[in-house]
Design a protein. Structure first.
Length: 333
């Protein structure tokens, strides 16, 4: 309960290498995340031969090849690689996830027994794709980068009508610029999504650093997704906007600390501060020597530490009463 589901997004940062993918799983496990996620696609099903790279992909790769197809073809993972990665995740006791980008990939992942299906932002307007996943009646995590509130509503309607239970859907606020400028994060929209549709909500982050996903948890996110890599300087489209291993560890630690800090919502003295009540609070004391039978007044009373006597909140009750004993200066009344 109240534990954020943290997904370390390896994505295509394996660069097509199984050994690199295993190292990414090791990093995710050591960071303490709940799941490590890859991407499942056939380039021929995902993009046309004349599709161009996004500007951030051109900038990050700088290889002179403008073809999105050629880039993605090198990053495909076949079914045997999927099986080996799942087996390796199981040996590490970390959940394997992957985002399918086409119908064949949905079937491949379903056949491999995945319990959670992650829908990427780019497929939120893909009705046949949404219907296909909806019919599986699995848990669904839906990213909403580039979408407005109406498009999110349409996607949810399709998933639910196809057979997915609403309570099994988590909607992630996202921005698909890599990296996302801080002024474009619009984190309050995450809460708007949760309130509008009465669904579990979270945040898929593409900013640099760990501040925004940590803030999202403080605002109620139940799921956080963040890209990570072994080295930001590696060749590939997503490395530069990813966390390195130490940063991933720092993000997980920050999120877990925020979960502890959020507490129960009941305002009362905590266990750690209770001993300080007597030290930091004050009591009503004798300002000067007082004889038995003297009238207690504002002239012979004062308020000083420690707080183990009569509370100053009873000041009006004590002023005007009669001393029942002698008091020395500074003695508790």
């Amino acid at each position: 309960m109240n534990k954020t589901f943290i997904i370390a997004e390896a994505g295509v940062n394996h660069n097509g290498s199984f050994d690199l993918a295993k190292k990414l799983i090791d990093v995710a496990y050591e960071a303490g995340v709940d799941a490590v996620k890859f991407q499942t696609f056939k380039a021929s099903n995902l993009v046309s031969k004349n599709a161009k790279k996004a500007q951030y992909q051109k900038t990050n790769m700088n290889d002179g090849d403008d073809s999105q197809f050629n880039m993605l073809k090198k990053l495909e993972l076949d079914i045997n690689t999927h099986k080996e990665l799942i087996s390796y995740c199981n040996s590490k006791n970390i959940m394997f996830l992957s985002t399918p980008f086409d119908h064949d990939s949905i079937e491949l992942l379903n056949g491999l027994g995945l319990e959670i299906f992650k829908i990427p932002s780019g497929e939120i307007t893909n009705l046949p794709y949404l219907r296909h996943i909806g019919k599986l009646n699995k848990k669904v995590i839906l990213s909403t980068g580039m979408a407005d509130i109406g498009e999110i509503e349409d996607a949810l309607d399709i998933l639910i009508e196809a057979g997915t239970q609403k309570e099994n859907i988590t909607v992630l606020h996202a921005n698909t610029m890599y990296p996302t400028p801080m002024e474009d994060v619009n984190l309050k929209a995450m809460v708007t999504i949760g309130n509008t549709f009465d669904v579990a909500f979270g945040y898929s982050d593409h900013t640099l650093g760990i501040e925004v996903p940590t803030a999202a948890v403080a605002m109620g996110a139940s799921c956080i997704e963040k890209h990570f890599t072994l080295d930001k300087t590696m060749e590939g489209p997503d490395h530069k906007a990813s966390l390195e291993p130490d940063e991933l560890k720092a993000m997980v630690s920050a999120i877990r600390n925020i979960e502890l800090a959020l507490g129960s919502s009941v305002k009362k003295p905590s266990k750690s501060e209770t001993p300080n009540i007597q030290i930091a609070r004050k009591s009503i004391v004798a300002k000067s020597a007082i004889k038995k039978g003297d009238l207690l007044s504002e002239t012979n009373l004062a308020i000083k530490r420690p707080g183990n006597g009569i509370s100053p909140m009873r000041w009006d009750e004590i002023v005007g009463s009669v001393a029942i004993q002698d008091y020395k200066e500074d003695e508790l009344i």
